[in-house]
Design a protein around this ligand. Structure first.
Ligand code: AMP
Length: 618
């Protein structure tokens, strides 16, 4: 038995990818369809749950129960403006639950069911784990999972929760651009110090990072990005344009049909991809809505016009990131493009122009670089023979609310991780025995414009005049970029440590434990369903084969008429049984097959027919 392997998972908005360190290199693992990336999609049907390619294959016939883009929901509030905007274009339903938490509503096995975004993500992670286990032929327990550098504290925590629900020990959460930089730097151990810009434009997020790569040391200098900007937004722009064109032409409202929207969206995505290599393409869909066909010629220039402001937003982030790293453009030695959307020619042109015509690095695979880097990091943590040191940073400033609604920054953004910072606060009123704290992340001076992470109250402070007590507030951010805050009253001597409350709709330990149990239940049900397909298929093949042979024997007269009648009636009974017992269990199906396997050859052998079991199933 070899050493237990840890895997690296790039949990993408649209596609996920998994890699493992093996035989002194990273292997990107192909899935059961032979693909190196797997759609981050989960579908629920009356009978089963499907994940990955299987979910994508059936999306147009089951749009309401096929879930995608869940990375855009994780760690966000239902009332978040980006969630509200996305919901308008998603065919599936999202509802609000306690603490403003968004939940996904589906019909599964003919019942209404609600799933948390972490639960759906955990299903994708479980699929990636299973892909790796199939390849390695052993159980995988540990993983490094990547997140966008610009993911907030709650988005990171909830991604980690998703990993736990999937039954994984999440060894580390790493930033996607950092993972890509590791891929870039791996094998360049002898090269001189280089400043690289990782430009990561994926399906749902955009990240830019400036990283110093030097002989196995990866030091992040600055990160920037938009947690909600990527290929899906470009698809949405095209979709909106097509819907308007269609509605104007036929004086109707196509958005009323989830199925039509889904068909149109997937054609828009296909057209967008082809516009990266050709300058004109067509969108051609028969009977799209109310019997009307849709045909549209679209040019690359139109696509660029529809998305120009979004591309420009990416360049603004790059500009700021270079400034934050205190570098000038000409000090950037290499520009590494990752993420599927970085293939868009206009995006590449804008990046090149920004860096005064500098050639872009083509050394890493944009679809696999992140999983590759995550697998390398997993190997380091598992103490395989890979050596490197990674120093990442906080993407957003962290602080507490002080009088006047201002944010007192405790940990400025781009601080190297892990970090531990302390500040002192006091009481504004006489004899105050409790102080409430609000913890925020963001760059705006007023807390109202930043993101509230949590609140807590410190009680038991010794009564004293205003501004006398000295309360130490300690903010700690670990290597995963995950935050904990504590407060301690020096005056009373009483140490009162508090961790942030569950503000952002994060699941409680009990809820996570329940989801872990559910995930295991779903996994068993999926396996049972798969086994059922196999046995049912064998039974159906057997019955159809027997019918063909019986009919042939009857027509050739090579079988006694009574025996033939008996045989055909046995086969007809079996066919009826299959129709009537649509939801028969594996055991019932196996019993039926066994019964036929005993009965049919006996009838045949009464008239010179003898089969082996293999022959019967042919
Ligand atoms: P990722 O999250 O890195 O897997 O990127 C997926 C996104 O890249 C999706 O929105 C795809 O539509 C987009 N994408 C993939 N290939 C291309 C391409 N050739 N041109 C434009 N976008 C692409």
């Amino acid at each position: 038995m070899g050493k237990e392997k840890a895997i690296g998972i790039d949990l993408g908005t649209t596609y996920s990818c998994v890699g493992v360190w093996e035989n002194d290199r990273v292997e990107i693992i192909v899935n059961d369809q032979g693909n190196r990336t797997t759609p981050s999609m989960v579908a629920f049907t009356a009978k089963e749950r499907l994940v990955g390619d299987a979910a994508k294959f059936q999306i147009s016939s089951n749009p309401l129960n096929t879930i995608f883009d869940v990375k855009r929901l994780i760690g966000r509030q239902f009332t978040d403006s980006s969630v509200q905007a996305d919901m308008k274009l998603w065919p599936f339903r999202v509802v609000s639950q306690k603490n403003d938490k968004p939940m996904i509503e589906v019909r599964y096995k003919s019942k209404k069911k609600l799933f948390a975004p972490e639960e759906i993500s955990s299903m994708v992670l479980m699929k990636m784990k299973a892909i790796a286990e199939q390849y390695l032929q052993s159980e995988v327990k540990s993983a490094v999972i990547t997140v966008p550098a610009y993911f907030s504290d709650s988005q990171r925590k909830m991604t980690k929760d998703a990993g736990r629900i999937a039954g994984l020990n999440v060894m580390r959460i790493i930033n996607e651009p950092t993972a890509a930089a590791i891929t870039y730097g791996f094998g360049r151990a002898k090269e001189e110090k280089k400043h690289i810009l990782v430009f990561d434009l994926g399906g749902g997020t955009f990240d830019a990072s400036i990283i110093v790569v030097r002989k196995g040391l990866f030091e992040v200098k600055a990160v920037g990005g938009e947690a909600h900007l990527g290929g899906e937004d470009f698809d949405n722009r095209m979709l909106t344009y097509c819907v308007q064109t269609f509605n104007n032409k036929y004086k109707t409202n196509l958005s009323r049909s989830a199925k039509a929207l889904r068909r149109l969206r997937s054609e828009c995505e296909r057209a967008k991809r082809s516009l990266s290599s050709v300058v004109e393409t067509v969108i051609d869909i028969d009977g799209l809505y109310e019997g009307h066909d849709f045909f549209l010629k679209i040019r690359r220039a139109k696509f660029e016009e529809l998305n120009f402001d979004l591309f420009d937003q990416c360049m603004e982030v790059v500009k700021k990131c270079v400034e934050d790293a205190k570098l000038s453009k000409c000090q950037i030695d290499d520009i590494v493009l990752v993420g599927g959307s970085s293939r868009i020619p206009k995006v590449q042109e804008m990046v090149r122009d920004f860096f005064d015509g500098k050639e872009l690095c083509r050394a890493v695979n944009p679809d696999e670089a992140i999983a590759y880097g995550a697998a390398l990091q997993a190997a380091v943590l598992k103490k395989e023979e890979v050596h490197m040191v990674i120093v990442d940073v906080t993407p957003l400033s962290l602080g507490i609310a002080v009088s006047g609604g201002l944010m007192a920054v405790v940990v400025p953004r781009n601080t190297p991780l892990p970090t531990w910072k302390e500040t002192s606060v006091t009481t504004p009123h006489d004899d105050q025995i409790a102080v409430s704290f609000e913890v925020y992340e963001g760059e705006r001076p007023l807390v109202a414009d930043n993101n509230l992470l949590g609140k807590f109250v410190l009680t038991g402070i010794r009564a004293a005049p205003a501004r006398v007590p000295s309360i130490k507030v300690c903010v700690e951010v670990d290597e995963d970029g995950i935050l904990s805050v504590s407060a301690h009253d020096k005056g009373s001597g009483a140490s009162n440590e508090i961790t942030i409350a569950n503000e952002g709709g994060r699941l409680s330990i009990q809820e996570i434990d329940k989801m872990i149990a559910d995930a295991e239940k779903f996994r068993r049900e999926d396996e049972e369903e798969r086994e059922k397909h196999v046995v049912k298929n064998a039974l159906e093949c057997y019955v159809s084969n027997m019918r063909k042979r019986a009919m042939k024997a009857k027509s050739e007269g090579s079988m006694d008429a009574d025996v033939a009648k008996d045989l055909i009636s046995t086969i007809t009974d079996a066919e009826e049984w299959l129709d009537d017992n649509y939801s028969a269990t594996v055991v019932e199906l196996q019993d039926k097959l066994r019964e036929l396997e005993l009965k049919c050859p006996r009838l045949f052998s009464s008239k010179r027919f003898k089969f082996t079991k293999a022959e019967e199933r042919k």
